[in-house]
Every structure is written in C-alpha cells, then in structure tokens.
Design a protein around this ligand. Structure first.
Ligand code: PSU
Ligand code: MN
Length: 335
C-alpha cells in the first residue's frame, strides 16, 4: 500500500541519516552531567545489548531491604540473559547510568532521596541532590546515552478521577516524546486503565502485549479487561517492532506489556480489594501529587501482609528476563 511504499522509498535515506547523526559516543559525556558506568559504555561501544532500569522503585517503590535484594536480583537476571544492566539514578547531582554495587547499597538505604521525574531533573541536578528516577526520568537518561530497551515493573498512568484532578503520570507524556521501548507488566489497577490507554493513543505510543494474548495486563493480574492494540509473541517480534519505531524516527516510545506469570497472580483478588481500600484513603488523608503512588504501594503491601510485594518482585524478575531477551534480539538485528 501507499504507506509501505513510502517507508520502502524512505528507508535507505533514513539509514544514511541515522549513520551520520552523532551517536552517544560523540556526545561530550565526560564534562556533562552524566556519569556512564564503564561496563555500560563498553557494551554500547561494542553494540552489545544493554537494559536500562529505573531507581524510583528502589527509593520509593519498595521497602528496605527488599528494594536492594530485588535490584541486585534483577541486575543478575539481565546479566544471565547476556545483557548489561544500566540502573539510572541521580547521585549528588549527576545523572548516573549504571551503578556500582556500593552505589546501589547507598541508594537503597538512603532516607532523603527525591523521587525524580522529568520536571524534577533540573532542580535535583542544580542542588546536587540524590534521587531515584521514575520511568520518565529514566527514559530521558537511557535514551540520551543510546539505550533502546528499558525494563520496569509498572508505569504510572492516569489516576482514578484523573479526568477531574488531571493527575496523569509524566511517564505517559514521556512515552509520547522519547523513543525508547519500556517493558512493563502493564498498568496497576490503582489507576484508570481505560483512560491510560486512551491517553497513550493520543500521545502516539505504540502499545503491544507480549506473549500469547492481546489482553492488556494489570500488573498484579494478567488481565485488565482491556485489550492492547497490538501483540508480539517473542523477543524477535518485539525487537523488530522497536527497530521499526527507531527507523521511522518517530521520537515516541513503545510500551511492551508483559503479563505477570500465572503462578504469581494467585493473590490478584485480595490485592484488588486492598487497592480499593488504599485508593479510598488517598483522598481522606489528603495525599496528592508525587506522594500518591508511593502511598498506595505501601498501603497495599501492608493490607495484603506483603503479598503484593511478593507479586511485584516476581513480575519484575519476569520483565527483566523478557526485556533482556528483547534487548539481545534487537542488538543482533542492528548488526
Ligand atoms: N508503579 C509501581 N512501582 C513504582 C512506580 C510505579 O508499581 O515504583 C513508580 C515508577 O517509578 C513510576 C512512578 O514511573 O512510580 C510513577 O509515579 P507517578 O504516578 O507519580 O507519576
Ligand atoms: Mn501524579
């Protein structure tokens, strides 16, 4: 059809253009605000697969010491799959891509770290502060150094009542403006999943479920009652989708939604009830802004006696495995 002809005609030119563009290697990283870990810069220079990871989950998403053990587990899974992990965080005002084991310990134990989204970056950098990066800020840093795949647990979305209070996560607008693939277990039912998918459509984000079903997953449960516009079945298909997004030069992201493995979804209904209770407390307690998501996560964990945390850990590990396989497939396609 017309579009595929257009793309076919454009392709050689586009490829030339991509090659001429300065790559991450040409950016003055040393004297910038970025600190790229040597293992990450080496992998990128050699076109080896790299997987970006966020750190708001360490500082604000999970209690100590589960935050630390999960992060280390996730990094080990990425390495076992043959990719290099690149956890992003702000440490004393520098944007770190790839953390040492000591830096991870420090971040996991820190009590005064900031939850850093796009809007927070200038401030924390200017003040030399330390913080965990959300999906939006992690996407910015990972994309800046040339990492095309980023694994997380769940992304932010349109909060319930979002149509009234406009509480819409900056993760969604970031997906609309930054070309990186985010691998997540979908969107939590603490959020308005239908409106989140509508908003992603408006932002031009290509959303695909990963696996054997088009169901859009709801984090703790493999089904949200909504379907994804698209579905990819394996790492190669996912990688081709990401490569196509990059080749088109769309400058928007891809959201790959990986359902929680069935064996870890057992507590789904109990967690759902806890979510209802936690969401009700948000307005009673007058919690607003960036505190809403961490409050609900903590409350749900308390109400489910740790079951939600266990499910959270299981799905992140699964996402790390899948995301790393996708990163490996993508790096093969790029050679
Ligand atoms: N969902 C989780 N755990 C988390 C988050 C979301 O299950 O830790 C974090 C992520 O870092 C995400 C951020 O990017 O919360 C979204 O926050 P907000 O809703 O304030 O935009
Ligand atoms: Mn918000």
């Amino acid at each position: 059809d017309v579009l595929s002809k257009y793309i076919r005609q454009k392709k050689p030119q586009e490829q030339e253009k991509v090659e001429q563009e300065p790559s991450w290697k040409d950016k003055p990283l040393q004297d910038s605000l970025f600190r790229v870990h040597p293992s990450v810069s080496r992998a990128l220079a050699e076109n080896k697969p790299v997987v970006a990871l966020e750190s708001a989950i360490i500082t604000h998403g999970m209690p100590y010491p589960h935050n630390l053990s999960t992060t280390k587990d996730v990094e080990a899974i990425v390495r076992a799959e043959g990719a290099t992990p690149a956890t992003v965080a702000i440490i004393e005002g520098k944007v770190h891509v790839g953390l040492s084991s000591e830096e991870l310990d420090c971040l996991a134990g820190s009590k005064n770290s900031v939850k850093v989204s796009r809007r927070d970056l200038p401030y924390v950098v200017s003040k030399g502060l330390t913080g965990g990066t959300t999906v939006s800020a992690t996407m910015i840093a990972a994309h800046y150094v040339g990492i095309p795949v980023f694994v997380t647990g769940g992304i932010g979305g349109v909060h319930r009542s979002g149509e009234k209070n406009l509480d819409i996560s900056a993760d969604l607008t970031e997906l609309g403006r930054t070309s990186i693939a985010v691998v997540s277990a979908g969107v939590k039912s603490i959020l308005d999943i239908g409106r989140t998918l509508e908003f992603l459509e408006t932002q031009g984000v290509c959303v695909a479920s990963y696996g054997s079903s088009k169901n859009f997953p709801a984090f703790f449960s493999p089904q949200s009652g909504f379907t994804s516009p698209y579905q990819v079945s394996n790492p190669e298909e996912a990688a081709t989708l990401i490569a196509s997004c990059l080749s088109l030069g769309l400058q928007s992201g891809v959201l790959l939604a990986v359902p929680i493995p069935e064996e870890h979804a057992a507590a789904g209904q109990q967690i759902e009830d806890a979510i209802q209770a936690a969401v009700a407390q948000v307005s009673v307690k007058g919690i607003t802004g960036r505190d809403v998501t961490p409050f609900i996560l903590q409350k749900v964990n308390e109400l489910t006696k740790g079951k939600s945390l266990q499910a959270n850990i299981a799905l992140i590990r699964n996402n790390a495995r899948v995301g790393s396989q996708i990163a490996c497939a993508l790096s093969k396609q790029r050679i």
